[in-house]
Design a protein around this ligand. Structure first.
Ligand code: HEC
Length: 263
C-alpha cells in the first residue's frame, strides 16, 4: 500500500542544482563574522565567551563578588594574568556604577526599550515569521527524509518524493542562511538585546555548520546517485539535529520576541 503524500508545487533551480553550493558557502561566510562588538580594552578577555551585558548586569555587586567571579572566569578559561586581577576587580567593583557602565560600554538600562522602539515592528517580526514558515517547510522535508529512511533501512513501503525533498530541502537551507544574515542584521539594529539572545545566536552558529553539511551532502547524493549506507545516515542525523536546533530557536526566538514587544 502506498502512503498518501501531499505534494508541494514544483520549483526548479534549473538543471544544475549543484551551482547552488557556492552560493550556500558565500552566505555562510557572510553570516559568520556578523555582529562584532567593540568592548572596552580592559575587559577584552571577558567578552570571549559571553557578551558584556552579562557583566553589566552585575555592576552593582561589590568587591567580594568580583574577586570570586573573576577567579571563577579564569578557571573557566579567561586569559587574565594573576597580576591583572586586582586592577580588573577594582574597575568592576568601583562604587561609581555609571562610570563602570561607561567604561564597559554597557547598553543603558532602558536601551532595550529605546532600541525596540527605534526599529519598526515589521522589521522585528519579519525574521520570526519567515523562520516559522521555514520550519513548517522543514518539517515536510524531514517527513520525506524519514520516509526515505523507513524504505532503505526498514524495508517499509513508503512514498519518497525525491525531487521535492531535494528542492525544498535546499529552499529550507537557503532560507535558514538568509535568516542567519537577517537575524544578525536586526540584532545589530537593536542595541540592547534580551538575555535569551546569546543562546539564540550560539545555536544559530552551530546550525550554520549543519546547514553546510546537510545541504552539500544532499546535493552530492542527488547529483551522484548510488547505493550508499553511511552518507545517508550522516545526512539524516545531521539534519535531524538541525531540526531540533530549529525547534530550540523557535523557543528562544519567541522569548526574545516577547521581551522586545513587551519592552
Ligand atoms: C572561557 C569563557 C569565559 C570567559 C573568558 C569569561 N567568562 Fe564569564 N562566564 C562564563 C560562563 C560559562 C559563565 C556561566 C557560568 C558561571 O557563572 O561560571 C559566566 C558567567 C559570568 C557572569 C555571571 C555570574 C553570575 O553569578 O551571574 C559574570 C558577571 C561574568 N561571567 C563575568 C566575566 C568577567 C568579568 C570575565 C573576564 C575576567 C569573564 N566573565 C570571562 C565564561 C567565561
Amino acid at each position: 500500500m502506498k502512503t498518501h503524500t501531499p505534494s508541494l508545487p514544483a520549483v526548479s533551480f534549473g538543471r544544475r542544482p549543484h551551482l547552488l553550493a557556492p552560493l550556500l558557502l558565500c552566505c555562510l561566510l557572510l553570516a559568520v563574522p556578523a555582529r562584532a562588538a567593540d568592548p572596552a580594552p580592559q575587559i577584552k578577555p571577558c567578552v570571549a565567551c559571553h557578551s558584556v551585558e552579562r557583566i553589566c548586569r552585575n555592576v552593582d555587586k561589590g568587591d567580594a563578588f568580583w574577586t570570586k567571579t573573576v577567579k571563577r572566569m579564569i578557571a573557566n578559561g579567561a586569559h587574565v594574568g594573576p597580576d591583572q586581577v586586582p586592577g580588573l576587580v577594582a574597575l568592576l567593583a568601583n562604587p561609581d556604577h555609571d562610570k563602570v557602565r561607561e567604561i564597559l560600554n554597557c547598553p543603558s538600562p532602558d536601551s532595550l526599550k529605546t532600541s525596540a522602539a527605534a526599529v519598526p515592528t515589521a522589521v522585528i517580526l519579519a525574521h520570526p515569521i519567515l523562520m516559522i514558515l521555514t520550519l513548517l517547510l522543514a518539517l515536510w522535508v524531514t517527513w520525506q527524509g524519514v520516509n526515505r529512511a523507513r524504505f532503505s533501512h526498514f524495508k517499509q513501503k513508503t512514498a519518497f518524493n525525491w525531487k521535492g525533498h531535494t528542492r525544498y530541502g535546499l529552499v529550507v537551507m537557503g532560507l535558514w542562511l538568509a535568516g542567519a544574515v537577517g537575524g544578525s542584521i536586526v540584532s545589530d539594529m537593536l542595541h540592547g538585546i534580551p538575555d535569551a539572545y546569546e543562546l539564540h545566536e550560539g545555536m544559530a552558529a552551530v546550525m550554520l555548520w549543519l546547514i553546510a553539511f546537510g545541504g552539500l551532502s544532499g546535493l552530492y547524493m542527488d547529483r551522484k546517485k548510488a547505493k550508499r549506507t553511511l552518507l545517508p545516515i550522516l545526512h539524516g542525523a545531521a539534519n535531524l539535529l538541525l531540526l531540533l536546533l530549529a525547534l530550540g530557536q523557535l523557543v528562544t526566538g519567541l522569548v526574545i520576541l516577547g521581551r522586545l514587544l513587551a519592552a
